[in-house]
Design a binder for this molecule. Structure first.
Ligand SMILES: Cc1cc2nc3c(=O)[nH]c(=O)nc-3n(C[C@H](O)[C@H](O)[C@H](O)COP(=O)(O)OP(=O)(O)OC[C@H]3O[C@@H](n4cnc5c(N)ncnc54)[C@H](O)[C@@H]3O)c2cc1C
Ligand code: FES
Ligand code: FES
Length: 521
């Protein structure tokens, strides 16, 4: 099989010319969106539902971190993409007496650093924090993670054990369904034609509840080999009830019903926990694939279920205090006007890039990274993998680090973009972070460096004095193939230390600074 990295030696033109190799093998195109599609940005969710009825083959675009990758790898070629990312009222969290309601467009990152979620539904926050890349967490949405239907979706095991329900809207009106009942098979969820997830409701847990999510992956920046979520209710030394769900070990996220039943209404003991973990591992149906073998997954499931049960048991008594530091970054965008663009039609978009205003004509399938590099000659942001995995293309969109290779230029209409070229002051004085990278020799070939800098700049706004673990975690989606990461971590720590000794003002354009302050409130 050809890997995305094999493709980097082929130019874009070669890709376009040679859709298939001499032997007829189809090369997945990892860089460009070759096929054309109509692009529609509806004004309301009702309009989106109406459009889906007329064009059942159209696909919804939320964060795009699954859909655009699938389109680039030619796993899907929708004739029309309906962009709901800026629809109002679908983002954020509200808590009432009996449940927390989370908008479908709420980003994974918002979940991962929500103090309220860590306290009330720890396993859900923990599953969001387990995602393999900070940029993907900022772009990807909870609704997209569910609707994508992957057995490796991190939030789904947590939502299943929490008894969460999807609030769905469609041509027949509104309905609710347990997340567990939506799961049909790999890539398939029970959403009818024209149906959309509007929000996710998570019932309030009874007193004495402890939850945990654990994920085992090859490296931090990867999908799970096995993941486990547990919700356990405790009364003194008694287990009142337990729910266990596992990811990446079957065609959908699976519930370990027998193991859960054997724990119900039993005195707690280490033996019963170990036995339940063994039973849970007998209930799964893992396969051999690129990430692991079925045998390893089964063995690992025993350990993970055991540990998640123990953690939940402890948390049921003492609660959770491990809330990661960071600020909830929500793009402060004025919703762009509704738009309908035919595949062959160029639309005018307005962008402010590093403080300069541009008007550009773009086709629906043009990526923001191509526009920056090829049209504006801002070549700092790099093409690496083209499918979200390396972080070399990281730029800021409305103050949030995103992957330029997974953003449609047309969907960025009206946004503020910041690239590495805008990091130094207008007189050319380097940012203190750039100085620190030079002083610590935090690069060799330099290919990853623009992405590293754009990420670490944001990290230091969120956490001015990050620990080594925080730096490494924030950069988990940025790959360097030369230096190793030690000198990069040292550079960030050096810049942060220098900032403490001599506070620097951050040279943002004024409106961007205002937006950050609003986000902070
Ligand atoms: C490099 C990389 C790393 C990743 N790491 C992880 C990881 O560690 N853990 C993990 O779980 N996932 C991971 N993912 C997968 C992906 O980021 C998540 O599934 C993300 O939550 C998808 O959200 P999205 O908004 O980007 O979805 P999109 O790509 O916009 O949509 C995904 C699918 O859901 C549909 N859809 C979206 N929103 C709705 C809605 N409201 N109603 C109905 N249908 C909808 C779309 O039509 C599409 O079919 C990774 C992806 C990449 C590229
Ligand atoms: S080029 Fe690798 S993440 Fe965008
Ligand atoms: S310095 Fe070469 S990839 Fe990081």
């Amino acid at each position: 099989m050809t890997t995305p990295h094999d493709q980097t030696s082929r130019t874009h033109e070669e890709h376009a010319r040679h859709g298939s190799g001499a032997d007829g093998h189809q090369f997945p195109n990892s860089h460009l969106l070759l096929h054309g599609f109509d692009y529609i940005r509806p004004a309301s969710i009702e309009e989106a539902i109406g459009l889906l009825q007329v064009q059942p083959e159209a696909r919804i675009l939320a964060g795009g971190t699954n859909l655009l990758v699938d389109m680039k790898l030619e796993r899907t070629a929708p004739a029309c993409v309906i962009d709901i990312a800026q629809l109002p009222g679908l983002r954020g969290m509200e808590t009432s007496d009996n449940r927390t309601v989370i908008g479908a467009l709420t980003s994974i990152r918002e979940l991962a650093i929500s103090e309220r979620l860590w306290q009330e539904h720890t396993c859900l926050a923990e599953s969001a924090q387990a995602f393999g890349s900070t940029q993907i967490m900022m772009m990807g949405t909870l609704g997209g993670n569910i609707a994508n239907g992957s057995p490796a979706s991190d939030t789904v095991p947590a939502l299943v054990v929490l008894g969460a329900e999807a609030r769905i809207v469609g041509p027949e009106g509104a309905r609710t369904a347990l997340i567990a009942d939506l799961l049909q098979g790999p890539g398939s969820v029970d959403l009818g034609p024209g149906e959309l997830i509007r929000a996710i409701g998570v019932p309030r847990a009874p007193a004495g509840t402890g939850t945990a999510f654990l994920k085992l992956s090859r490296v931090r920046a990867d999908l799970a080999k096995v993941s486990v979520a547990v919700r356990l209710v405790r009364e003194r030394e008694h287990i009142v009830s337990a729910r266990i769900a596992l990811g990446s070990v079957g065609p959908t996220v699976l519930r370990a019903k027998k193991a859960s039943a054997m724990l119900r209404d039993k005195p707690f003991s280490k033996d019963i926990v170990l036995n339940a973990a063994r039973v849970a591992a007998s209930e799964i149906s893992p396969i051999d694939d690129v990430r692991s073998t079925a045998d390893y997954r089964r063995r690992a499931a025993v350990a993970l279920v055991h540990d998640a049960l123990m953690l939940s048991w402890e948390r049921a008594a003492r609660g959770t205090t491990d809330v990661p530091r960071g600020r909830s970054l929500v793009p402060q965008r004025t919703a762009a006007a509704p738009v309908q663009a035919d595949a062959q039609e160029a639309s005018t978009i307005a962008l402010t890039v590093n403080g300069e205003a541009y008007e550009l004509e773009v086709a629906p399938n043009e990526l923001l990274l191509n526009v920056l590099r090829d049209r504006l000659e801002l070549t700092g942001a790099k093409y690496g993998c083209g499918i979200g995995e390396c972080g070399a293309c990281t730029i800021w969109l409305d103050g949030m680090p995103v992957l330029g290779c997974l953003v449609l230029a047309i969907s960025a209409d009206g946004s503020e973009v910041r690239t590495i070229e805008g990091l130094a002051a207008p007189d050319g004085t380097l940012d203190p972070l750039q100085d620190a990278f030079i002083e610590e020799n935090a690069f060799q070939c330099g290919y990853c460096t623009p992405g590293m800098l754009m990420m670490t700049k944001k990290l230091m706004e969120e956490i001015p004095e990050p620990t080594e673990d925080e730096v490494r975690d924030y950069l988990k989606g940025n790959h360097c193939r030369c230096t190793g990461y030690t000198s990069i971590v040292r550079a960030v720590r050096r810049a942060s230390q220098r900032k403490r000794e001599k506070p620097q003002s951050i040279a943002f354009p004024v409106n961007e600074q205002q937006k950050l302050e609003e986000t902070n409130r």
